[in-house]
Write a protein that binds this ligand. Structure first.
Ligand code: TPP
Length: 312
């Protein structure tokens, strides 16, 4: 009996093309737009993007202008992953009915940390569970930034925001940052990764992998935000590196359940090296107890991550 040949769609190699045009209105030194630009360089032209409301939407599409060189749709906070799932299902039907050529189109859903971990979480969970072939990218700048730095469930413990202010009664955010990687992993999707534009080749490799793997992929991009975090715009890339070097934001992937640390750090730097340059943590510099709690948490997570990777 003749076996059906599996169709493999090649994803293009990285080249000099840009798919997100300059001239957008992102802040100087924006880590989020740097991640976005690199991600789309890796994905190439054959994509359709569903974008939640958030910084990357407002800076890229003030009517009548757009920075998007690829098909892009602005959707509500709540339904980004649902819209992406619909696009993917629609493309599949059109290709099956031969109303569209059989070309790989990578369907991408993107949102900030508020749009991912808070308001869009239900739609994301549903889309991951249904198993749509799409990539969800969380651009995590650790607060609702474009509306004025309000806390989200991805704001780290101790960070001062306009709705978790540092003052006499409280030292900034009072709860731990939600673990979105673990939430994605709990859906048993085939590919999950953390990325940082401070490590561009690691980012490109993971995004390329996510585009080639069939089924849902979740990418979590740490996006340094100079105005929201209170750093100079020239410090973005350096702070992104410090997040990795201190273990605050480890770079790893979970491919079909197997953990792999992609950027190893022999000995973590003290978390103070990451906290100290940021104004949002200025008030906790003298709170040694809080720093010790953060440090313990970071160290423990890192050890557990390495143990999981060693077992893989
Ligand atoms: C349901 C709903 N609630 C609130 C808003 C107002 N709003 C628009 S953008 C935004 C902040 C987005 O934060 P985040 O998703 O973290 O992305 P960022 O702006 O930080 O990139 C808010 C609260 C909205 N558009 N829809």
């Amino acid at each position: 009996m003749e076996t059906k040949k599996k169709k493999v769609f090649p994803v293009r190699k990285l080249d000099a093309e840009e798919y997100f045009a300059p001239g957008h209105r992102a802040c100087e030194g924006c880590g989020e737009v740097l991640a976005l630009r690199l991600i789309h360089k890796a994905l190439g032209p054959n994509v359709i993007v569903a974008s939640a409301t958030g910084c990357m939407e407002i800076i890229s599409s003030p009517f009548p202008y757009t920075s998007w060189e690829v098909p892009w749709i602005h959707v509500a906070f709540e339904n980004t992953a649902a819209v992406a799932g619909g696009i993917e299902a629609g493309l599949k039907v059109l290709q099956r009915k031969a109303k569209r050529e059989k070309k790989k189109i990578v369907v991408v859903a993107m949102a900030g940390d508020g749009g991912t971990a808070d308001i869009g979480l239900q739609a994301l969970s549903g889309a991951m569970e249904r198993g749509h072939d799409f990539i969800f990218i969380c651009y995590d700048n650790e607060a609702y930034m474009n509306t004025g730095v309000q806390r989200s469930s991805l704001t780290p413990l101790g960070a001062s925001t306009t709705t978790s202010p540092a003052g006499a009664c409280q030292h900034g955010q009072t709860v731990w940052k939600k673990n979105m990687m673990a939430i994605a992993a709990a859906h048993y999707i085939p590919y999950i990764a953390t990325v940082s534009p401070s490590y561009p080749m690691d980012l490109v490799e993971k995004v390329t992998k996510a585009a080639n793997i069939k089924g849902p992929a979740y990418i979590h991009a740490l996006s340094v935000c100079p105005p929201g975090w209170g750093i100079s715009s020239s410090e973005t890339v350096k702070l992104g590196r410090l997040a990795v070097e201190t273990g605050v934001f480890p770079l790893y992937e979970i491919e079909k359940g197997k953990y792999r640390v992609t950027v190893n750090v022999e000995k973590l730097k003290p978390v103070e090296a990451y906290l100290q340059p940021q104004a949002r943590f200025r008030h906790i510099q003298s709170d040694l107890d809080l720093i010790a709690r953060i440090s313990y948490r970071v160290q423990t997570y890192w050890e557990r991550l390495k143990a999981k990777a060693a077992r893989a």
